[in-house]
Design a protein. Structure first.
Length: 367
């Protein structure tokens, strides 16, 4: 499964240069349209100069770096099939958030983010308030409780104006699409010789192939977005999901050694999870987390624990997480198709249903 083993050299991963920083600045994004009026027949579409105090964020120009809709759907299907063995987050809800984020980019940052078709932001059928409230739940989750984070920092106040997707979720979406593109490429085309694999991707880029569909370019975009996010915002669950997807990508990629890429990332992921308090069971904080968020925190922690054991054993090192150093309970076995942030109870998978619709395999893996 791993690209290499200890003591063996591996082929270097294709380097993709970072995109311009202005792509992450809303004030530097070009206008998508202009309106002619009686007093201004030829309005200017030149964007204003970026502000020095503007933080990096998701912009329509940045979203243009993601695959077009037809490819995006294909990659998300491949992701869903891949994540059947790694259901550390609800893939169905994740796909709805990706669709809402891309729709937000198409209508422009001044418009409220749309909710997914067929119900509220989490796939339910009941009313959930205004479109703005739906979009806020979709991008940011349930409204945060007042108080401090696990790391002792004060929680950030709610943002003003229309809700926008966060860079951490964009990084997760880019990593997910990179993994889906990689799986789709391997399934659609015969494997090239080992000495020609990297050359083939380079050649494709030189021939003008859309880099939005390149697994390497999407992975590099995810790394860059996550790096900017962690320097300008507090840790969140999407950041951990991004790192898990980046680990899966590198394990599947075959071009990155475990020692250089995966092993350091697992160590960082463990420390971030601890800083966020995932090592403590959510039930020890009554009224703080919804049922969906509590189960998500348990899943992510146990996936972090799994990769710590798995990768540390591969590298010949002891794991970083001791068995008696956390209280987080095992995640529950649920029916993924009916479990969403509006759930008030854990939906049980009916007897005889395929394991693909639930989380039994993930729970067995954790055990």
């Amino acid at each position: 499964m791993f690209a290499t083993t200890r003591g063996h050299a591996c082929r270097a991963r294709l380097f993709v240069p970072p995109i311009p920083y202005e792509t992450f600045l809303l004030s530097a994004s070009p206008l998508r349209t202009h309106v002619t009026t009686s007093t201004d027949l030829f309005p200017s579409v030149t964007p204003p100069s970026p502000r020095a105090d503007e933080p990096p964020q998701v912009t329509p120009t940045l979203l243009d770096r993601l695959p077009p809709p037809e490819h995006r759907e294909k990659y998300l299907r491949a992701l869903s099939e891949t994540m059947m063995l790694h259901p550390c987050f609800n893939v169905r809800h994740f796909e709805q958030r990706v669709g809402a984020m891309c729709a937000w980019g198409e209508v422009g940052p001044s418009a409220p983010a749309p909710a997914p078709a067929g119900g509220n932001a989490y796939g339910g059928s009941g009313p959930a308030g205004t479109m703005k409230a739906l979009a806020h739940e979709l991008f940011f989750g349930a409204p945060p409780k007042p108080g401090k984070h696990a790391g002792g920092r004060e929680a950030a106040p709610p943002r003003a104006g229309a809700p926008k997707p966060t860079l951490s979720f964009f990084a997760a979406a880019a990593a997910a699409l990179a993994l889906g593109a990689l799986v789709s490429r391997d399934a659609d085309a015969p494997s090239p010789p080992p000495d020609a694999a990297g050359e083939g991707e380079n050649a494709a880029g030189q021939d003008g192939q859309d880099h939005r569909c390149s697994p390497a370019a999407l992975f590099a975009l995810s790394e860059q977005a996550l790096g900017l996010y962690e320097r300008t915002a507090l840790y969140d669950l999407d950041m951990l999901i991004t790192m898990i997807l980046q680990i899966l990508y590198q394990l599947h990629d075959g071009q990155m050694s475990v020692a250089q890429g995966v092993f350091p990332l697992v160590g960082k992921m463990i420390n971030v999870a601890r800083m966020m308090g995932l090592a403590i069971d959510p039930d020890e904080f009554p009224g703080t987390y919804s049922l969906f968020e509590a189960e998500t925190r348990r899943r992510i922690w146990w996936d972090v624990f799994y990769y710590d054991l798995f990768v540390s054993d591969c590298m010949g090192h002891p794991p970083l997480i001791a068995d008696n150093s956390f209280t987080t309970r095992m995640p529950a076995e649920v029916d993924e198709e009916h479990f969403n942030p509006s759930s008030m109870s854990l939906p049980v998978l009916p007897a005889g249903e395929s394991l693909e619709k639930g989380t039994q395999y993930f729970v067995l893996k954790c055990r």
